[in-house]
Design a protein around this ligand. Structure first.
Ligand code: ATP
Ligand code: MG
Length: 260
């Protein structure tokens, strides 16, 4: 194994994860990237769902070169970095690749190396993880300076977000976790969800830690029928419908992220 190489501080590496599947990680990654790109940032989204990739589908891209080709030495990294609609760059993965269902030392090293190499080229690198708390997901998150947990107000999503936060606190020493509350039904629901999660973390996780885990609400995105319709058409919502409620919410979040 190669020695640990902390990524240079030039890019903010953000892991987008959730615990529960289907809550909107890929939607948030792609559309947050587009919103950041519109704000003038150089952004890369890496599809870290290495075995069951979706980012290509959502962006309607048919990549000839994927991370798999880079990992196996068939392609150079620069040839795998592709432009996406929305003005950001992507590193796409393959689908149905059972070899990525478990993390091997080889894949660990290759993924770390790729993240290390792309970091100086961008202002933000988003790692769109798969669902769950497998070693693949946890290792991907360990490469990021920041963790963004996508959660919906449903009890199952909250439970899985809590489990993820607990594992990241114990296993990686994470004390700061950002929350993106997706598919909210009323304004302000994001704050309620953050409070609920923080209460459970305060009660069951923080007492055993040297310093407490703090959850920060990055923002909330409403449930918006335009999201599903855009996915159906394989269009990027932020690009084609910037006035849709979900797009506007993401633009507001990026406005806060990039202020000051
Ligand atoms: N804000 C929203 N409003 C309405 N529908 C949404 C919203 N966000 C996501 N969805 C719906 O949820 C579906 C799943 O979203 P997405 O693929 O981003 O989830 P995911 O967390 O990446 O899933 P996986 O765990 O499989 O990677 C989308 O195709 C869309 O139909
Ligand atoms: Mg996804």
């Amino acid at each position: 194994m190669t020695p640990s190489m902390p990524p240079p501080a030039s890019a903010k590496i953000i892991a987008v994860t959730s615990g529960k599947g289907g809550v909107g990680k890929t939607f948030v990654s792609a559309n947050l990237a587009a919103a950041l790109a519109r704000a003038g940032r150089r952004v890369l989204v890496l599809d870290a769902d290495l075995g069951l990739a979706n980012l290509d589908v959502v962006l309607n891209l048919y990549p000839k070169v994927t991370l798999h080709d880079v990992f196996t030495g068939r392609s150079a990294l620069r040839d795998a970095i592709l432009p996406a609609p929305g003005g950001f760059s992507v590193l796409l993965a393959g689908s149905g690749m059972v070899e990525y269902s478990r993390m091997t030392p080889e894949v660990r090293d290759q993924l770390q190396q790729v993240v290390h190499e792309v970091t100086p080229m961008f202002d933000h690198v988003l790692l769109d993880t798969g669902a769950g708390i497998s070693d693949v997901v946890l290792y991907t998150v360990s490469l990021a300076g920041e963790v963004l947990v996508v959660v919906t107000p449903e009890p199952t999503s909250l439970t899985d977000a809590y489990a993820t936060i607990k594992v990241l606190a114990a296993g990686q020493g994470r004390r700061q976790v950002s929350l993106m509350v997706n598919q909210t039904r009323r304004p302000g629901e994001g704050r309620t969800v953050r409070q609920q999660l923080q209460q459970v973390v305060d009660r069951y996780v923080n007492p055993g830690l040297d310093s407490p885990v703090r959850l920060e609400l990055l923002g909330e995105v409403p449930a918006d029928p335009a999201v599903r319709e855009a996915v159906q058409r394989r269009e990027l919502l932020f690009d084609t419908l910037p006035g849709a409620p979900a797009s506007m919410a993401l633009a507001a979040i990026v406005g806060r992220m990039t202020a000051g």
